[in-house]
Design a protein around this ligand. Structure first.
Ligand SMILES: C[S@@+](CC[C@H](N)C(=O)[O-])C[C@H]1O[C@@H](n2cnc3c(N)ncnc32)[C@H](O)[C@@H]1O
Length: 277
């Protein structure tokens, strides 16, 4: 189930069960006054039963949770240092935002309405969560994540505290550019931002100059059975006040020390993951 898909609470099958359980036949196949009255009463009670139940399905929305920064300031410092080291090693500048450099796509090009099959709108409560996370990050209350170097995977991201299911972990940050301008881009971190009906209007995020922690999450192997079990994060594109934004959200509780993985091919099947561990 998609993280933001509604959970349906209905009376699934209850009417069918009622019909089966109360299947009623007159004895000896003979109808008399009594049996007719009983039948009417039963039918009447069924009608009432139907009406007393809810006539519409109620959906329970699953709201995003803001990440919970580590309480210990020393831990937070260590987390920020680990990110700073990784960014410095890759010659990247820290940025938590989508940036629109002059020679790339202008901000006005980022129109969620252009998305080929429509884009889900980030609701008011989730928008507030996003804003809360951004405000925390600005105050130095970063998400509880450590960037850890792995000899096989390169830089990886590990939970430094428990991260609960549906927690908003980070927004994918970087320079916004037209997809068509990146045909020959051999970077390994381009992220789809907008898949427009007109391909010329499609956008990507390139974290090759400016980036944040989102750029370092590992990917699952789309060809290895069982690899999907590793996935603990989902990458979701939302229409946020008319613009497309990419959010990384926990898909289950993530324990301290666990590496974070998502499906690099969540939207398109373009990322080769045959050799992924
Ligand atoms: C978006 S980057 C992730 C950060 C990267 N590990 C780094 O050091 O910059 C994607 C690249 O990380 C590596 N990677 C990610 N997940 C992997 C996996 N499951 N197995 C092996 N390599 C992986 C691959 O080199 C991939 O092209």
């Amino acid at each position: 189930m998609g993280h933001n898909e509604p959970v349906w609470f209905g009376f699934k099958g209850s009417v069918i069960k009622l019909n089966k359980k109360n299947k009623w036949k007159p004895k000896n196949g003979v109808f008399n006054c009594f049996t007719v009255l009983c039948a009417i009463a039963l039918l009447d009670s069924r009608k009432r039963k139907k009406r007393t139940g809810p006539s519409v399905h109620h959906k329970k929305k699953r709201r995003l949770l803001p990440y919970v920064p580590s309480k210990d300031p020393d831990c937070r410092l260590q987390q920020m240092q680990s990110l700073a080291v990784a960014l410095t090693q890759l010659n990247l500048e820290f940025s938590d935002d989508l940036t629109y450099p002059p020679n790339m796509a202008p901000r006005s090009a980022n129109q969620a309405i252009l998305e080929h099959e429509g884009m889900q709108v980030l609701c008011k409560e989730d928008f507030e969560t996003l804003e809360k996370c951004r405000a925390m990050a600005k105050r130095g209350e970063c998400p509880p994540l450590l960037i850890v170097y792995d000899s096989c995977l390169g830089y990886t991201v590990e939970a430094d505290d428990l991260i609960k299911d549906l927690t908003l972990i980070a927004e994918y940050a970087g320079d916004v550019d037209y997809l068509k301008a990146r045909d020959d881009d051999d970077g390994d971190s381009l992220m789809t931002l907008l898949l427009a009906t007109d391909p010329a209007q499609s956008l990507v995020i390139s974290p090759d100059k400016r980036a944040n922690v989102a750029r370092f999450l590992s990917g699952i192997n789309n060809h290895k059975p069982g690899s999907k079990k590793k996935q603990n994060v989902k990458c979701v594109r939302y229409n946020v006040k008319g613009e497309s934004r990419v959010l990384l959200v926990a898909t289950r509780d993530i324990q301290k020390g666990e590496k974070l993985y998502y499906d690099y091919n969540g939207y398109e099947n373009e990322y080769p993951t045959h050799n992924f561990i």
